[in-house]
Design a protein around this ligand. Sequence first.
Ligand SMILES: [Zn+2]
Length: 328
Amino acid sequence: MKTNRTITRAFCIELQQELSIVAARREYFSQEPPRARFSFLCSSEPCRALGVKITGVRYDVKPQEHPTFVAAHYRANPNYEHHADCEWVDEAVKTPVAQENETEAESELRKLKRKLDDYIDVFDPTPKERVKSTSPTDKPDAEPTEKAEDATLPADALKAKQDKQNRTSNLERLVDSFRQAQASLTKEELALLTLRIPGQGEVSLRAYFRHIKFAQLNDERRVLYGGGLVERYGTGFKFKFFDRLQGKLVTLYVSPAQMQAYRSSRYLSELLSHADEVRFFTVFALGKLVASPSGKSVSVEIEDLRHLAIVLGPAKDAEEVAAKGPAS
Ligand SMILES: [Zn+2]
């Protein structure tokens, strides 16, 4: 059968793990060059047993600001049929008519979500503790799967599929979803999207992201973002936002020790290595603003490096790069 749900997870053969496309991108760029592309199978067991392949699109492109934004995503491979029990096959999704008991607003929201490659319903900001492992092979953070829900009575299976929610604790995945929503929806449409945060309830997706120039010192924790430049301190770095807050410089500092302890530090370093080729970086940080003891500047403090996502700014043109001369 053909899939008709948006495919948000796949099984990576090389990593022997089910993961989102954003997690696949991180793993891809964590490899030492030359990097090998991955092969993906459908995440559903019966399809995997049949060797049903899934295509990973643009996971080998670094996240970057671009006028024609195309999100990394999974796509069904037209050469493969999926098993009838596949989690991405859902006859009900095909019906264009409004679903039963659905209000107009719910129907509109459902259509908006379908426009996005990886709409996130629930974001759990508490990073999952790594599974204790004695194995030296470090596995990527697994995405929670919702297979348990599929194991309900067969009569409820269809309902379970419809109710299935996209849930993640991967900030970068939420950031990609937000960036795609910003790029492809109108302001009014974007305003309709909500996000559920365990322990915090339902919030507007738009309001969960706050540009640094509109941030406040006593705001509750949310995703602060803005453009700026990076200074390296060995393996660590300091990010300086362009926008000031009440006239004060805003920075985000990551020490070499924090970088060394972080399993995706190679990925972050890889992104930051393009400093001479891009006009700026955009940083997304789930954290709080703290005034420095001197009162002269403000820092963005994050509890965990998993609460940081970096997007490359637009590339400098050739003249700008030439004018800079050899890297000092
Ligand atoms: Zn399948």
